[in-house]
Design a binder for this molecule. Structure first.
Ligand code: PAF
Length: 283
């Protein structure tokens, strides 16, 4: 498996592949790869000749220094896992912070038609400027035909579609279904940091989302939101940060239900120190 640590070498290699008519798919990650990432890689492999997987814990998207320091870094295991999928058609790009940022570890300021102010944008200061900065740079380096992002970070997915559109980046952004553990917990690299007690209780998040979806069939967004908030008050091991039912186009909270709009419920929960997010399509 080819592993690149330097953007110029990677870029030259990709140019040669493209000159030979290979299509390039891209799966950007922060490593600590799990089956959710592999499902993006496999989808990418079914639609492109070559998949580039970037593994880079991007410092500018963390609003919490402790989370950045403790974020799992497991490059060797990640490469071994990718090799089980394909040795030849996957390329890894594992840059240093310097390769991406030089000596200026700062994010650019973006606007994404207001999508950046809702939910994660409201609770994680500067997060989407950091995500926008790294994804724009990576797309410029890799120049993929298609790029794959998980719907677990649904707001991020919508923002990256907007980033590509507003900056005229010639790439198709493809959203992929949330991959879940058997008990329903959405796959996340942060799950490995849960205590056994928190891991046992964490599927409560998806279970509650599923019931919220059923209730939304007949009840208002306000009613369902209050019901969810009540369920979490009874659950001392999990602390609800937000539960919001939003229109997927604007990500603004739903006030009055309209049959013409598509809604999703979004949730962020602390399990001890670990922040987990999830979401579910409602209609
Ligand atoms: O979703 C992630 O893992 C990250 O936000 C991404 C897209 C790799 C950018 O660092």
């Amino acid at each position: 498996m080819k592993i690149f640590y330097n953007k110029t070498e990677l870029s030259d290699h990709i140019d040669a592949l493209k000159a030979n008519d290979n299509t390039i798919g891209f799966v950007p990650t922060m490593g600590a790869l799990h089956n959710g990432h592999l499902s993006l890689v496999n989808k990418g492999l079914s639609e492109n000749d070559i998949i580039v997987v970037s593994i880079f814990v991007n410092p500018t998207q963390f609003d919490n220094q402790d989370d950045l320091v403790k974020y799992p870094r497991t490059l060797e295991a990640d490469v071994a896992l990718l090799k089980t999928v394909s040795d030849k058609t996957i390329i890894v790009y594992a840059p240093t912070v310097e390769d991406i940022y030089g000596d200026n570890i700062k994010s650019q300021s973006f606007t994404f038609d207001g999508l950046e102010h809702e939910m994660e944008g409201a609770f994680r200061d500067g997060h989407f400027d950091g995500v926008g900065t790294i994804v724009k740079r990576l797309l410029e380096i890799v120049k993929p035909d298609n790029a794959y992002f998980g719907e677990k970070d649904f707001q991020q997915l919508q923002i990256i579609k907007k980033l590509a559109e507003l900056n005229h980046i010639p790439v198709k952004i493809i959203g992929c279904k949330i991959h879940r553990a058997e008990d329903g917990l959405a796959m996340s690299s942060r799950n490995t940091r849960l205590t056994p007690e928190h891991r046992t209780i964490a599927p409560f998040i998806y279970k509650t989302l599923k019931t919220a979806k059923t209730k939304f069939g007949t009840k208002s967004a306000k009613y369902v939101t209050e019901w969810v908030e009540k369920q979490f008050k009874k659950q001392p091991l999990l602390e609800l940060e937000y539960f919001i039912i939003a229109d997927i186009a604007t990500l603004k909270p739903a006030k009055r239900k309209s049959t013409k709009k598509s809604y999703r419920a979004f949730i962020a929960v602390y399990a001890g120190d670990i922040r987990l997010i999830d979401n579910i399509a409602l209609n």
